[in-house]
Ligand binder design. Sequence first.
Ligand SMILES: C[S@@+](CC[C@H](N)C(=O)[O-])C[C@H]1O[C@@H](n2cnc3c(N)ncnc32)[C@H](O)[C@@H]1O
Length: 282
Amino acid sequence: MTIIENAPADLSGLAEAQKSQVRSVYQEIATEYDERIPGEGVSDDLFTASEHDFVLSKVRAGQKVLDIGCGTGRFTVPMAAAGAEVSGLDISRAMLDVTAGKLAARGLTADLREGDMAHLPFEDASFDVVTSMLALMHIPLGDRQAVFAEIARVLKPGGKLVIGVKNSLFEQFFKGDRFAAVDITDVEAKTLLFTKTRGGKDLTAPWYSFSPQELNSLCATSGMIVTHLRGNSTISAWLADEVLADSGVAGVVRTLEKNLGDVPPFNYLGYHILVEAVKPGR
Ligand SMILES: C[S@@+](CC[C@H](N)C(=O)[O-])C[C@H]1O[C@@H](n2cnc3c(N)ncnc32)[C@H](O)[C@@H]1O
């Protein structure tokens, strides 16, 4: 599969230096990414099942979908398998190579692009859905509004944005990480620390979480309206793994999270937040 290169030529300046750092980290860990995220355990399983259900419930066969920060295709591949016409954009060529391999192994295709989400290489009003999972935290703060404006630009009127981001409101209560123990958020330093890499080095990348209020405001300023805000891991994030190891407890938590994840104020307290926003006009 051909991957189209679209990386910006000039990566100077603070924001560009941060993006360059992000790119080099993912270049380094691309072939081990799928073993690192998600981590292992009941919390991780509940978390990833919830992400998967949310995203796949918003995408239909035949729709044009853009997955930004698509990485190794955790969502690009299942969306293509579900019959969507998917484009995947990532700043790391090595991550895209993994996605291309997975698509080829399953006889699927997608339009894979190497590039920066602050400058989407697509025409206005090209997509029915734009997805971005676990990637927007890497945007330098100065680029945030530009990224949301770019998303709104490439969405068709009536199109949807579907994202999963870490919740900075949750971080006010709990600064540690519940999952994926090898990748650690340093809330104070605003970085994600990748430990125990195959190369033996610890790697860091900028990581800025989002509050529900910020998400509402970023969408509104870009001309999109938040239509669904769901908390992911609203309960399991507060329970020790030993408690969740009991299958009865895990079943109760799964049912409670499924039903309370959309209900205020529980949705605002998720470890991560899943958001659907619509660009009005149809
Ligand atoms: C944590 S991974 C998430 C990958 C995938 N979406 C998932 O859920 O597994 C973050 C991805 O965002 C990509 N990324 C970070 N900054 C980016 C930018 N400015 N433009 C495009 N991709 C970016 C990284 O290269 C990486 O592949």
